[in-house]
Design a protein around this ligand. Structure first.
Ligand code: PLP
Length: 470
């Protein structure tokens, strides 16, 4: 096929919307079926993915054929995380308005690097920055960089903190690197998320050098055990433990950090959204004392993947750590998003974040947070009444569940995952095997909770785990 006829074919695919209409009809079919589907794909659907493994094709394939392949082999092998009974990891669902906005924005295919590459992406990022600072109760003027997720956001926040602390100590780490630099100390909880360690490794701060603060039974840093802090300290606290959902004492830790002139980062991947709910806001008290915050929009807020945000009190510190200069890039005096993140070219994820926030409004975000937490409480209560043990204080959207013995817990989890009615992951909590439930989709209903509880009981019965008498 010649180059020009390939181009003609592509124009033909766009003309009359043949291809986009087909994508729309497959997507609509998927959305229509999602609530009745197995939550984790069956083995045969996963086997079907082998159809994709072929040598690099020598010749073009039509868009129609590509969509057929994706829908036939890909759709059945997806994890149904947009339905109401997926409780794995801390994976959010997707808000309808944000999904639809993304479809439109995909047709725009904007590069959010600069205002000059996409005025609309730049302005919507500016709007989201202001709205998030407001919703999360952070200091006025806080800057936001839009990244892939909390892992990336934490990397940016800790880079800003590292550079700023070293600058105050008279060292330009951006220019001179870490060799010969004054020593920084890193203080973090024993149960800091794995992405914090990763960021510290990448930033040359060393995973093994972290001064680990012991945690209490809920996974919170024991504030009294935080070592004496000084102006060489990066302190990493957590708003939402990835297992228990527990929040560190951000007031106690934040006050110490501020007094000492340390830099405090809060990993609030899913938990920082508690600040948007009047009934959960007490959990994030003190968060405003920090210098930087990482938060995901693709978890609690249910924006589409991927969407994380780094928030930084001192805009200049984030920009100093992240800005890129090149002869062909002129400062526009407008918001150039790439100077707030590690990326240059970027997907314009601010568009669907804006759509998510706009579609909910302040009351809708609160309603969403309260609903996730309410369903987590409902699930925990129902499981407890049926003889399961709840291992954590359910303060947010996370529930840790166990049977009477570790073997029964593990067997129940395996049956639960195999049955496909709902899906939860496993974890180890304070040395015990546990089933980890994260209620993180707007689409979860009371009925989904009830069906899931039944699935837990059936899994335990079929695993022979028995239940304690009610
Ligand atoms: C999910 C999570 C992360 C990592 O976030 P990604 O969006 O997956 O990069 C970090 N910290 C906590 C507490 C999390 O729950």
């Amino acid at each position: 096929m010649s180059i020009s006829s390939l181009q003609d074919d592509m124009f033909a695919e766009l003309r009359g919307h043949r291809l986009l209409d087909r994508a729309r009809s497959h997507a609509c079919e998927y959305v229509d079926e999602i609530r009745g589907r197995r939550v984790f794909p069956a083995d045969e659907a996963i086997l079907g993915l082998q159809a994709f493994h072929e040598p690099m094709p020598e010749n073009p394939t039509t868009g129609e054929r590509i969509l057929s392949l994706l829908h036939a082999q890909g759709s059945p092998a997806t994890v149904a995380s947009t339905g109401g009974r997926y409780f794995g990891f801390v994976n959010g669902g997707v808000l309808p308005a944000a999904l639809a906005a993304r479809w439109l924005a995909d047709a725009w295919d904007q590069n959010a690097a600069l205002h000059l590459t996409s005025p609309v992406a730049s302005e919507l990022e500016a709007v989201c920055e202001g709205w998030m600072v407001d919703l999360l109760g952070l200091p006025a003027g806080t800057a936001a960089g839009f990244v892939t997720g909390s892992a990336g956001a934490t990397l940016c926040g800790l880079a800003a903190g590292r550079n700023e602390l070293l600058k105050r100590l008279g060292w330009d780490v951006d220019a001179d690197g870490l060799f010969g630099a004054p020593r920084l100390r890193v203080v973090a909880g024993e149960q800091a998320h794995a992405t914090v360690g990763k960021a510290l490794g990448v930033l040359g701060l060393g995973k093994a050098r972290v001064e680990r603060v012991p945690s209490d039974g809920q996974g919170r840093m024991m504030t009294g055990q935080v070592p004496a802090l000084d102006q060489s300290c990066l302190v990493v606290a957590q708003a939402g433990n990835v297992n228990s959902g527990a929040f560190d004492d951000l007031v106690g830790i934040g006050e110490r950090a501020r007094r000492a002139g340390a830099w405090m980062h809060v990993d609030g991947a899913f938990g920082l959204w508690a600040a948007a709910s009047s009934s959960k806001r007490h959990l994030t008290l003190g968060a405003e004392l920090a210098d930087s915050w990482s938060v995901d929009a693709h978890k609690t807020l249910n924006a589409p993947y991927d969407c994380g945000v780094i928030l930084c009190r001192q805009r200049s510190a984030l920009v100093a750590a992240m800005q890129t200069s090149a002869s062909y890039i002129l400062g526009s005096g407008k918001r150039d998003g790439m100077h707030l993140t590690v990326d240059m070219s970027r997907r314009a994820r601010g568009i669907e974040l804006w759509a998510a926030l706009k579609s909910l409004g302040r009351s809708g975000v609160q309603d969403l947070v309260d609903r996730l937490c309410g369903h987590a409480e409902l699930l925990a209560g129902s499981l407890a009444r049926r003889g399961f043990r709840i291992l954590n204080d359910v303060v947010f959207n996370q529930v840790l569940v166990a049977c009477d013995t570790p073997a029964a817990t593990e067997a129940t989890l395996a049956r639960l995952q195999g049955a496909g009615e709902c899906w939860c992951g496993g974890t180890t909590w304070n040395g015990q095997s546990a089933i980890r439930v994260s209620v993180c989709s707007w689409a979860t209903t009371g009925d989904d909770v009830e069906r899931s509880v039944k699935a837990f009981v059936a899994a335990r019965d079929s695993a022979g785990g028995g239940g304690r008498p009610v």
